[in-house]
Design a binder for this molecule. Structure first.
Ligand SMILES: Cc1cc2nc3c(=O)[nH]c(=O)nc-3n(C[C@H](O)[C@H](O)[C@H](O)COP(=O)(O)OP(=O)(O)OC[C@H]3O[C@@H](n4cnc5c(N)ncnc54)[C@H](O)[C@@H]3O)c2cc1C
Length: 347
């Protein structure tokens, strides 16, 4: 079976792993310059920066086995930090016992092997999908064609798997029956800001869940293993880098604000939560239009149209987070394979 996958995030990596193992020919189309999607790390300021997913957890047995494999291969590791909580103006140590994992050096590192040996097209934004039907030996058979923003077309696919955020999947499938099942508002935005400080704060906290302000999460980036650049690793007073995520509500409210304003608000929020003055030397701001799952919306489950050999996966189909993204990719791949098994080889 010849399958096209749109997106190269966690859910796509999971699907590729299953499909490759079962001998399928897979082509991946990703609009960015590399893999990872919302889990990718960027090279920025003094090292590698996790602007999106901060860590991941594993509760499902299948995903736990996958995480153990990544850890044994040196691609992921436990992030042994004890978070703090800012609530009602008070900072206190959280007593949660959650095991949290991060990718080694970068968040997306562990996805790289999955995409090995696959026909992968980066900087290739798909903006048109067509299902072309033909009557071959008296039964109808369809094939998919994908066209990119740059005007290139790729055809001959027996099946397509979409792993984009819901709004982007919806736009690609307008008119298809499955489209009505996509909950378009299921991902909420997030402003992310990195602040590099000229002088150290001398606070001991590594990560803070913020429940009483505009931010939702604050972490000292350099406390994550492997994130600091080699240049700074041995510098005793290397600049502190604090990453701040604003809450979904605040981010939605300030969606069109300037990066300058968001950076100022982030610095003020850091001062408020840490209870220290900060001296910002450099900053970097990123707006995620689609970030975390909207808990007000019930997950729709992985979507699948057997007639069109079309599946839709992504964290949002199962309730958000890296773990659900992985499970959705595995589920979608298995659905596509089971349909192939029922109908026999198509070509
Ligand atoms: C700020 C932030 C913080 C987060 N924190 C956590 C956390 O702490 N723990 C946790 O578990 N999860 C967290 N998440 C969520 C986690 O990142 C996601 O659940 C997971 O990465 C989703 O993977 P995915 O493959 O489903 O989707 P994505 O990562 O969104 O992958 C979809 C891919 O499709 C590509 N794409 C979209 N449209 C097209 C197109 N037309 N053509 C080609 N390519 C296209 C995109 O570029 C993207 O690479 C966070 C996310 C954000 C943004």
């Amino acid at each position: 079976m010849n399958i096209a996958i749109i997106g190269a995030g966690v859910s796509a990596a999971a699907a590729v792993s299953v499909l490759k193992q079962r001998g399928c020919q897979v082509s991946v189309f990703e609009k960015s310059r590399g893999p990872g999607g919302r889990m990718s790390s960027k090279r920025a300021l003094a090292g590698s920066l996790d602007l999106g997913a901060q860590y991941f957890t594993a509760r499902d047995v299948g995903f736990m086995a996958q995480v153990e494999l990544w850890c044994s291969q040196g691609l992921a590791q436990i992030w042994s930090m004890q978070p703090w909580v800012s609530e009602h103006g008070v900072l206190s140590r959280s007593d949660d016992q959650q095991t949290r994992y991060i990718g080694t050096s970068t968040m997306h590192q562990m996805l790289v092997p999955a995409f090995g040996g696959v026909d992968i097209h980066y900087q290739c934004k798909i903006n048109e999908l067509s299902f072309i039907t033909s009557n071959v030996s008296s039964h109808s058979h369809g094939q998919w064609q994908l066209c990119s923003e740059q005007g290139e077309c790729y055809g001959g696919f027996d099946a397509v798997l979409l792993t984009c955020p819901p709004e982007q999947s919806f736009q690609l499938l307008i008119g298809a029956p499955i489209c009505t099942q996509i909950p378009r508002q299921s991902l909420m935005p997030c402003w992310a800001v990195l602040l590099e400080l000229a002088t150290p704060t001398h606070v001991s906290m590594d990560a803070i869940f913020v429940k009483d302000g505009a931010a939702s999460w604050i972490t000292r980036q350099s406390t994550k293993p492997g994130r600091q650049s080699a240049r700074l690793r041995d510098v005793p007073e290397a600049p502190e880098q604090w990453l701040l995520h604003f809450s979904a509500d605040f981010s939605a409210q300030e969606l069109e604000a300037s990066a300058e304003l968001i950076t100022e608000l982030a610095a003020a929020e850091l001062v408020r939560v840490l209870g220290r003055t900060v001296d910002v030397a450099a900053a970097l701001c990123h707006r995620w239009l689609y970030a975390s799952y909207n808990p007000a919306i019930a997950p729709c489950g992985v979507l699948y149209d057997a007639k069109m050999q079309l599946a839709i996966a992504g964290d949002w189909t199962l309730g958000g987070r890296v773990e659900n993204a992985w499970i959705s990719g595995v589920t979608a791949a298995e659905q596509l394979l089971s349909a192939q098994h029922k109908s026999g080889p198509q070509r």
